[in-house]
Design a protein around this ligand. Structure first.
Ligand code: CMC
Length: 443
């Protein structure tokens, strides 16, 4: 960044340049800030000072609504057009043609695997699905009614104590082993959490089954010798996992990156991601959607509910998105998947009618149209989970299983990014300054 003598107006005239001219009206000084990839560097503003003592200008961006914190080649989103691509491949094509493990490989390594690579990758994940018996004891130690997300984030964090070598975050072989373990073991831990709440014995992984089938088996196996999943249900689950696999710099992924930037092991970083996902504004929204649909109860009550949303007394859960100001492309794919799953399970869910009516009214209503509020991925995913027989507490856990490859891909990218340092935002201090301590008897 350079300091120039010209005024802002002068700088704006003439041929287009990839710079921003700024005049600091406190001092009258003009500055030229480079623009790269449609972005200015916040640190370039630090040179703008009123005097030598001054710290320099900062940018203020609570909730990071307009701040890029990294360069990333993993996921592309165009929120206005409703586009989502993993490594350049449209989500619609991946959901229709790829498997979840193929997508995980793509996210992490940047390319679709060939036959040999996919075979090796699938084998590695499959043989790492078991957890140490002491992890099982740890899960057993939770209260009978513990929320499975709390159990998942603790047990994933605990894995770091079983694999202390994971702290060698720059070693390629170690990175690979922890990535495989995370993708392999998260479903096992998730299923243990589910069985714990049910008071049922935990089911060990079955390495003959594929990723989705094995997870369904660990959830639902009772006394049968071999669990056999309905292929339509296993496919729908696989699609759901693909749709959740990454979503660039959302709250949980930013948490993984921020925590990982301290160079802690990936289990601890992913555990922070699970904690962020637990919140009702993020991954917890699918649970809130189902609870909302149950409260509305019938199609007749939809108009009254919409009025309450417009009055600010309620929020229409599963609508709106920080990035998508158009249809969330994942919601479109899921709307169709819901019908397929209902056909496979033979269940009729009256809440689906409530959901469809809510969507119909909201898409026509001025309140939602003006604010560009469209259904997001959570609007329909809960209905699928419910059709699979999962309790609402498990919904966010399903999201976490799907998001794990995205978290590790983003973690890996961050670890290898020379521009990254420990994450450390600034603040605008609003408190008192330099007060003398007052002894307690004088307060
Ligand atoms: N229902 C009713 N009004 C809403 C909703 C909603 N779901 N979402 C946003 N608005 C209104 C909001 O009140 C505001 O109105 P006004 O301009 O009159 O103050 C306007 O729309 C803009 O909203 P915002 O809060 O500035 O938007 P945001 O980008 O900060 O919030 C969001 C994004 C996802 C947190 C929010 O839309 C929301 O709370 N949605 C419901 C929860 C939900 O479905 N979350 C899942 C997100 S997708 C899965 C994931 O990525 O985790």
């Amino acid at each position: 960044m350079s300091e120039t003598q010209e005024t802002g107006a002068d700088a704006a005239v003439g041929t287009a340049q990839e710079t921003l001219s700024v005049v600091d009206n406190r001092t009258g000084k003009a500055y030229e800030v480079p623009i790269t990839d449609g972005t200015v560097r916040a640190m370039d503003f630090r040179a703008m000072k009123v005097d030598e003592e001054d710290f320099g200008l900062m940018t203020y961006d609570p909730a990071f609504t307009n701040t890029a914190a990294c360069r990333s080649a993993i996921t592309y989103i165009d929120g206005d057009k409703g586009i989502l691509e993993y490594r350049g491949y449209p989500i619609e094509q991946l959901a229709e043609q790829a498997t979840f493990l193929e997508v995980a490989y793509l996210l992490i390594y940047g390319e679709l695997p060939n036959t040999e690579q996919l075979k090796e990758w699938t084998h590695a994940i499959t043989i790492h699905t078991f957890v140490h018996e002491n992890v099982k004891s740890l899960v057993e130690g939770f209260r009978y009614d513990a929320h499975p997300m709390g159990m998942l984030l603790s047990s994933v964090g605990a894995l770091s104590t079983f694999y202390p070598e994971a702290k060698n975050i720059h070693d390629e072989q170690t990175q690979y082993e922890q990535i495989v373990r995370l993708i392999a073991k998260v479903p096992t831990l998730a299923a243990f959490a589910y069985r714990h709440a049910k008071g049922m014995p935990y089911v060990y992984p079955d390495n003959d089954l594929n990723y989705a089938e094995n997870f369904l088996g660990m959830l639902f196996k009772v006394a049968e010798l071999k669990y056999e999943a309905d292929p339509r249900i296993a496919k729908a689950l696989d699609v759901l996992l693909i749709l959740h696999a990454d979503h660039e710099q959302n709250c949980s992924t930013s948490s993984v990156r921020a925590v990982g930037s301290s160079q802690v092991d990936p289990y601890s970083a992913v555990s922070a991601g699970i904690a962020a996902l637990y919140g009702p504004l993020h991954g917890g929204a699918n649970q809130s959607v189902l609870e909302m649909l149950a409260r509305i109860e019938s199609v007749d009550n939809v108009p009254g509910f919409i009025d309450r949303v417009k009055n600010g007394d309620e929020k229409l859960m599963g609508f709106g998105h920080r990035v998508y100001k158009n249809f969330d492309p994942r919601a479109k794919i899921l709307k169709k998947a819901v019908e397929d799953v209902f056909e496979a399970t033979g269940t009729e869910n009256p809440l689906l009618e409530v959901a469809k009516e809510l969507e119909r009214i909201a898409l026509e209503d001025d309140y939602f149209v003006k604010r560009k509020l469209y259904p997001n991925v959570d609007f329909y995913s809960g209905l699928i989970y419910e059709a699979l027989g999962l309790p609402v507490e498990m919904f966010t856990v399903m999201f976490a299983i799907g998001r794990t490859p995205g978290w590790v891909a983003q973690w890996l990218e961050m670890v290898g990014d020379k521009e990254q340092k420990i994450a450390r935002p600034r603040q605008i201090y609003t408190g008192d300054r330099t007060r003398d301590y007052v002894p307690i008897d004088q307060r």
